[in-house]
Ligand binder design. Structure first.
Ligand code: ADP
Ligand code: MG
Length: 563
């Protein structure tokens, strides 16, 4: 019997939607891109429950003709290209003609009001389960308003994978800010029904949007750069050397007005900062490449997140150079504080006078029997990471970061138990948060307070941090605070559960601990070991990795073939 058959339209739409519509932010992206393509000057995005129950995008663009409207919701229906030849020179954000049909197929209900400028009257369309339920004339202003209700209503498997409303909202905010920077000729507003999360004003340059995304101080410190070649030109703003992040998520890259993940440009940009900012840090910045369509292929990714770029090497090389000269000529030299992170102990106790230490490991040491040695003689440090010591059982290698993490973790646990976790800062630190970070901060408010943070709004994007968890002086810079908040936010929604709190303590312990690659003097090593052996569980770090390895006489003899 024949088994192969054509799929029906609804199934085809759902399959396409699987690629294009992953979460509420994907819907917002497609709708807002349509509004931009429609020549809007003003775009309002309203969401409820992080977009899960409602996403509504309203624009004042060209509108959709009443006759075209049902067609716009069919697969592969688009007004933006008319054939394959157009794929070679795409000037709009959309062209695949599958966003609206996909959205309709994965939401419970979708309602559209639209009117072209020429039309006397507008049109209303209601779609349920991908089928048009109602189509009628309606009075409405020129432009288009599309409301999407209950995303993934019929697809519980997808719905289950959505994150908490705040996390989804934060992602939407990131998306809107990203689009607002490059589309500075359009006013954007993101509204949640209770408050405006982001608002930018239609303007001649991206300065206003940058100010709203980065905050006043940070955006003021941005340095402009330019470069050009045959068929392309680059323009951008380079972050100063003091403003670095733990990840490159604040480097905005655009190709022909489209936010993209462009690896070559990203590494070209970061290359300019190499050796100028600490290893593992990332600058912030904006890069906008305008290239002739023949150099860019946007038809490589369903959500159009990636593009193929010709002359990639030439362009990213020029980017590195342009950014380098911008930051070298104008930037101030980095402050000492940032350059060399001094080796710090989580907390200082004891002077570490004695040369041997009492050791009382309470469990299994890796590679060695549990009968552990009571004393250790420190021999030195290798690779700026491992402490080498002689114990009664043989040679001991201790991972200094893992050890410091264990020590910090147990101290934090103790302080948390005794409600002494908070430590007031001598001088409050101010930080600037992006709109999405502000959302997450609100959502995390209680947990942060419980963990010892005291953070209060200080006008606009600025927040003042008055107290932090007591993990030594490592949280006293805006950088470090950014990093810790980012790490916390990435843990996802934290409930009241004990394990969630434990996760936070682990993270703080890790942030507050000396890293690998730090040279320790003998006093530092002694203190570390002493503190380590005062721990309840000195053998593993909070993440479960071993803190020390012991190689006993027998193993040494085997290594040297003495037996
Ligand atoms: P694409 O953007 O790839 O063309 P979509 O499914 O996103 O595909 O949209 C289908 C068509 O609907 C578009 O080509 C456009 O003609 C019309 N359209 C969608 N949104 C708008 C809008 N906000 N304003 C005007 N026209 C729109
Ligand atoms: Mg589109």
């Amino acid at each position: 019997m024949a088994k192969i058959k054509f799929l029906d339209e609804e199934t085809i739409n759902q399959i396409a939607a699987g690629e294009v519509i992953e979460r509420p932010a994907s819907v917002v992206k497609e709708l807002v891109e349509n509004s931009i393509d429609a020549g809007a000057r003003k775009i309002l995005v309203e969401v409820e429950d992080g977009g899960k129950s409602l996403i509504k995008v309203t624009d004042d663009g060209c509108g959709i003709d009443g006759q075209d409207l049902p067609l716009a919701f069919k697969q592969h229906a688009t007004s933006k290209i008319s054939g394959a030849h157009d794929l070679a020179a795409i000037r709009t954000l959309g062209f695949r003609g599958e966003a609206l049909s996909s959205i309709a197929s994965v939401s419970r209900r979708l309602a559209v009001f639209t009117k072209t400028r020429e039309a006397k009257v507008g049109t209303y369309l209601l779609i349920e389960k991908a089928a048009a339920l109602e189509l009628k004339e309606a009075g409405c202003p020129a432009g288009t308003s599309i409301a999407v209700f209950d995303l993934f209503y019929h697809i519980p498997a997808r719905r289950k994978h959505l994150r908490g409303s705040e996390a989804e909202l934060a992602e939407i905010a990131d998306l809107i800010t990203e689009l607002a920077i490059i589309n500075f000729g359009i006013s954007f507003e993101l509204f949640t029904g209770r408050r405006t999360i982001f608002k930018s004003i239609r303007s001649q340059s991206w300065d206003d949007a940058l100010f709203r995304v980065f905050g006043l101080q940070t955006s003021r410190a941005l340095l402009p750069f330019r470069a050009e070649g045959k068929g392309w030109n680059l323009e951008g703003m380079a972050g100063d050397l003091l403003n670095t992040r733990s990840s490159p998520d604040r480097i905005f890259i655009y190709i022909n007005g489209r936010p993209v993940a462009a690896k070559a440009l990203m590494s070209g940009y970061r290359e300019a900062y190499r050796n100028l900012i600490p290893v593992g840090r990332s600058p912030i910045g904006v890069v906008s490449l305008r290239a002739e369509p023949r150099l860019v292929d946007v038809n490589v990714h369903p959500a159009k997140r990636e593009v193929r770029l010709l002359q990639e090497e030439e362009i990213s090389g020029a980017l590195t150079q342009a950014v380098s000269s911008a930051i070298r000529t104008e930037a101030r030299p980095p402050e000492k504080k940032l350059k060399a992170m001094p080796p710090e102990m989580p907390l200082d106790i004891g002077s570490g006078e004695q040369s041997t230490l009492p050791l009382e490991p309470s469990g299994q040491i890796a590679l060695v029997s549990p009968a552990a040695s009571p004393k250790a003689r420190i021999l030195g440090q290798v690779l700026d990471l491992y402490i080498v010591a002689e114990g009664e059982q043989g040679l001991m290698l201790i991972d200094q970061h893992a050890a410091a993490e264990r020590i910090s973790f147990e101290r934090l646990q103790e302080r948390y138990r005794t409600m002494m976790i908070s430590q007031e800062l001598a001088v409050p630190v101010t930080i600037e948060l992006t709109p999405s970070e502000q959302i997450l901060l609100e959502a995390w408010k209680e947990t942060l307070e419980e963990m010892g943070f005291e953070i209060a709004p200080f006008g606009g994007a600025t927040y003042q941090v008055r107290a932090v968890p007591a993990i030594g002086s490592r949280l006293e810079s805006p950088q470090a605070l950014h990093d810790v908040l980012k790490d916390l936010f990435s843990l996802g929604k934290v409930g009241a559960s004990a394990t969630a709190k434990e996760e936070i303590l682990k993270l703080l312990a890790c942030r507050g601990s000396i890293k690998s690659g730090v040279e320790l003097d003998s006093g530092g090593m002694k203190r570390l070991l002493k503190d380590l052996f005062a721990c309840n569980n000195p053998l593993t770090c909070p993440h479960g990795r071993p803190v020390m390895v012991v190689i006993d006489r027998g193993q040494l003899e085997t290594l040297f073939q003495r037996r």
